[in-house]
Ligand binder design. Sequence first.
Ligand code: TUI
Length: 315
Amino acid sequence: MFTGLGAGILGTKYPVIQGGMAWVSDAVLAAAVSEAGGLGVIAAGNAPCDWVKNEIDKALQLTDKPLGLNVMLLSPFADEVAKMVAETPVKVIITGAGNPAEYIAMWKERGKKVIPVVPSTGLARRMEKLGVDALVAEGTEAGGHIGELTTMALLPQVVDAVDLPVFAAGGIGDARGTLAAWMLGASGIQVGTRFLLAHECGIHPNYKEKIIKAKDIDSVVTGRSTGHPVRILKNPLAREFMKREKAGAPPEELEALGSGCLQLAACDGDIKGGSFMAGQIAGLCSVEQSCAEIIHELYDGARELFLEKAKELGE
Ligand code: TUI
């Protein structure tokens, strides 16, 4: 078990990572989060390497604070992106949706901080042996591509399994969630859904509206049958996907149905045909704020809450 805050490893003021959300986390959002003292993260998602390089260059013009890149390992461009980012000034590399083993030595040789997202203690231990700097333990409450375990169950088990800083992700949307993560042993947090409502987040207004209107039970998990479970908000696309999945549609048909739909949601605001990825905590996210306000509420709010609780328990 590692104790202490994770801001040191990130080189940031706050141990708060902005989740790398495909088609959402671009240069503007990432730079705004970094300027506000968190770790801004550009999401490579499924995008071509040139697009990712361009976003990195843009973000470096907007901030001189530490920046991260999320490498989505299921992407057809993952290998190219992994090699490209090694040669940039990006300080932190976060990986998702797979095992980054083959890239870790290359990134470490280039002085990068490497932080894989893990859905289990097994992968956490394997990553520690390969010399990563920290982990993100992401529970199934998260939006997008997810694992099986809840944050509540996964986080303390990962914390006990390794001697590395662990950032908690999945279901964290306010000061209470941040404090709960600390209490479970996290050194920091990764937050996605709440940043969808940041003023600096350039997604289509329809996407923001869907988050604001979302209730606790408004997300569903599609794609379990294809081996790529993805949490999205309910809409006609989600219902069609579930209908075909239930009817036993082949994985290729389902993959084809889902392909490109995240872009339709984030860029075009296609209410019916878009894939609106969001975590279960969307029901709690209802105000649009600046990145600085969000980080302040999460981090300083958790500190205040801790002092209040300690007083309450001491009485
Ligand atoms: O990666 C994410 N969330 C994402 S990626 C994404 S883009 C996408 N679009 C369509 C289909 C699939 C992806 C949207 N949201 N979160 C991090 C995360 N990583 N969640 C789960 C995992 C994970 C799963 C298995 C990490 C490692 C892993 O390892 C398996 C192995 O090989 O051991």
